[in-house]
Design a protein around this ligand. Structure first.
Ligand code: IPE
Ligand code: IPE
Ligand code: MG
Length: 236
């Protein structure tokens, strides 16, 4: 018997913190706070399952439109998470990366992120990528602009641009495409996450709100993935 396939790269849209908090009469920020434990649980479960890349949608380009207080709370939480987890990430061979328009992050959060990425750069077990101020449309527009500059400078011909050259200009360059995308919180949409990269990704949607998501839910997503037949457009 061959072993069931383990997704090499899992991407997660961690949605539902606000609704989780509202149902309990708590502030949205308290909902985001409650979302930290599932991150630990999923990271642990992913390592144990042999997943090599875990990418978490933590803050979208569009999330900048939320109230200032909620945004600030989110970046404070990010800094707390990085501070409390970096030793554990190092000890378990996890390399931290980030994708998105990182220049727009508050300076202190960006610094904390840089320190954590430097400290964990030797990790070889799993790459944990945080999508922060990330939006696929901004990512694709930026890639187009970088290629246009190369053409304008005479460094390349316009007709030399292929899917591979474009992919190499995305924030995700170096990351394989996700095999499995999980979205919690019940909505069935991508919300501007990894539009290009998910061309052949398997999707798993669950009504479970992110703060309630645990190892059993992660295992259910893996089980579902293992029933899928991926064809990549080929006949079988
Ligand atoms: C996801 O939870 C976390 C972020 C977008 C930062 P939400 O805050 O979107 O929670 P809901 O969807 O309103 O419940
Ligand atoms: C997607 O959730 C972004 C993150 C989880 C970071 P949103 O809550 O922002 O998405 P919409 O607004 O429901 O599409
Ligand atoms: Mg949401």
């Amino acid at each position: 018997m061959t072993e069931p396939p383990v997704p090499r790269h899992i991407a997660i849209i961690m949605d539902g913190n606000g609704r989780w908090a509202t149902r309990r009469g708590l502030s949205r920020s308290e909902g985001h706070q409650a979302g930290a434990e599932p991150v630990r649980a999923v990271l642990r479960a992913a390592r144990q399952a042999g997943v090599r890349y875990l990418t978490l949608y933590a803050f979208s380009t569009e999330n900048w439109g939320r109230p200032e207080e909620e945004i600030q709370g989110l970046f404070v939480l990010l800094m707390k998470y990085l501070q409390s987890e970096v030793a554990e990430l190092m000890a378990t061979g996890v390399r931290l990366e980030a994708i998105g328009d990182l220049e727009t992050l508050p300076a202190l959060a960006r610094e904390a992120l840089t320190v954590a990425m430097d400290c964990t750069s030797g990790g070889r077990e799993l790459t944990l990528t945080l999508a922060l101020s990330y939006g696929s449309r901004a990512e694709l527009a930026r890639a187009a602009s970088l290629l246009a500059l190369e053409v304008a400078a005479g460094a390349r011909e316009a007709d030399s641009i292929t899917p591979q050259t474009l992919a190499a200009k995305l924030w995700t360059s170096g990351l394989p495409d996700p095999d499995l995308l999980i979205r919690t919180g019940g909505d069935m949409r991508l919300s501007n996450f990894l539009l290009w990269q998910c061309a052949y990704t398997e999707f798993y949607f669950t009504p479970t709100l992110w703060p309630d998501f645990g190892e059993a839910d992660f295992q259910a997503a893996l089980d579902s993935y293992q029933t899928r037949e991926r064809r990549f457009g080929l006949s079988v």
